[in-house]
Write a protein that binds this ligand. Structure first.
Ligand SMILES: [Zn+2]
Length: 341
């Protein structure tokens, strides 16, 4: 592979990210000597051809949807398709992977960035754009640890600043800029690429997520302290410096804020289930009370009390616990104070 073919620019975006991507792409000069790979979080049903067209209208480089087995091509912008993780293998081939959702999404940003860091090290430029929660932060940390460059959309310029802030909290050396300026920074960064392509650290020992992606799950983690919000399986915490993720034994992987959000979703579902069961229980107790009405005042009273207690408990859940949970969840997960200036 030529040196240019080993230059990769890996970009992650979520909510508010399309507009940022358009501004970024419009700033990239024609003839970029690097492959550009993009992951945008979208619903599995979304039509990818639409996204490709929307980005192509703002790009001087050609834009295409990724194909499994495709070789990296300098000057081409490649977009992950719906419902597949996009990763790069060591030979510079793109792989599409229908593995477990990572950070509650597929495609996810982290596996693309981790695979680029692993195989292309200092030749990697990672870019984190607008989005909620913290997908991409661990991947950006892996790129920085491998000697690559990390660019982050200025949180003040991002429609949703959590993803940029989460990346900045982990990567002190990151450069921030408005999306409009990021294309120029990418163009400037790529020709300065060093010749070596060996990552500074043995990332593959520290990033089992990529192992999952490339080779499938290898055994059960030793610590089972949490359960996976997606499958209920055991979860272990995998720490690498500041970067932290939670990973279950079938491969669902969560950055910390994504884990907390997924847990909040499963708590909400459990509370609604409990409220529904309590109302059903009250209905059965009321029917018992009705049938007993003329035969046993004691049984009737007992069933009526049980029905009233169940309805009261259901109301506590729907009128107090759920609103408290939802208002806590609506607060921003990643505040501007998360990064010391
Ligand atoms: Zn799982």
């Amino acid at each position: 592979m030529s040196a240019e073919a080993r230059n990769v620019v890996v970009i992650g975006a979520s909510a508010g990210g399309i507009e940022a991507l358009q501004r970024l792409l419009s700033g990239i000069a024609p003839g970029l000597q690097a492959s550009v790979l993009i992951v945008v979080h979208t619903a599995p049903s979304n039509t990818r051809g639409m996204l490709t067209a929307v980005l192509a209208s703002h790009s001087s480089l050609p834009v295409a949807t990724a194909v499994d087995g495709q070789q990296l091509l300098p000057g081409l912008v490649t977009v992950a398709p719906a419902d597949r993780h996009l990763i790069i293998d060591e030979g510079g081939k793109l792989r599409l992977w229908a593995g477990p959702r990572i950070n509650r999404t597929r495609p996810a940003v982290d596996p693309l960035l981790v695979s680029a860091a692993r195989h292309f090290g200092p030749r990697t430029t990672a870019v984190i754009l607008s989005g909620t929660l913290d997908d991409g932060a661990n991947g950006a940390a892996a790129v920085a640890a491998a000697g690559g460059t990390v660019l982050v959309q200025d949180p003040a310029d991002a429609a949703y600043s959590e993803m940029p802030r989460a990346a900045l909290a982990l990567v002190n050396a990151a450069t921030t800029a408005p999306a409009t300026a990021l294309g120029r920074l990418i163009t400037e960064a790529v020709p300065r690429r060093v010749n070596g392509s060996t990552p500074r650290r043995r990332l593959h020992e520290e990033h089992r997520m990529t192992e999952h992606v490339l080779h499938g799950s290898k055994g059960v983690p030793s610590r089972l302290v949490l359960s996976c919000p997606d499958c209920g399986g055991g979860v272990s915490a995998v720490a690498d410096g500041l970067a932290l993720r939670y990973e279950c034994h079938v491969g669902h992987s969560f950055a910390p804020h994504a884990m907390a959000a997924a847990q909040a979703d499963s708590i909400e579902a459990a509370l609604w289930t409990a409220a529904a069961r309590l109302q059903e229980h009250a209905a059965v107790q009321q029917s018992i009370a009705k049938r007993m009405n003329n035969r046993s005042s004691w049984s009737t009273r007992r069933a009526e009390e049980a029905a009233a207690e169940s309805l009261s408990a259901a109301r506590i859940i729907t009128e107090q616990l759920l609103p408290a949970l939802l208002s806590a969840r609506d607060a921003p997960a990643i505040a501007s104070t998360d990064r010391s200036e």
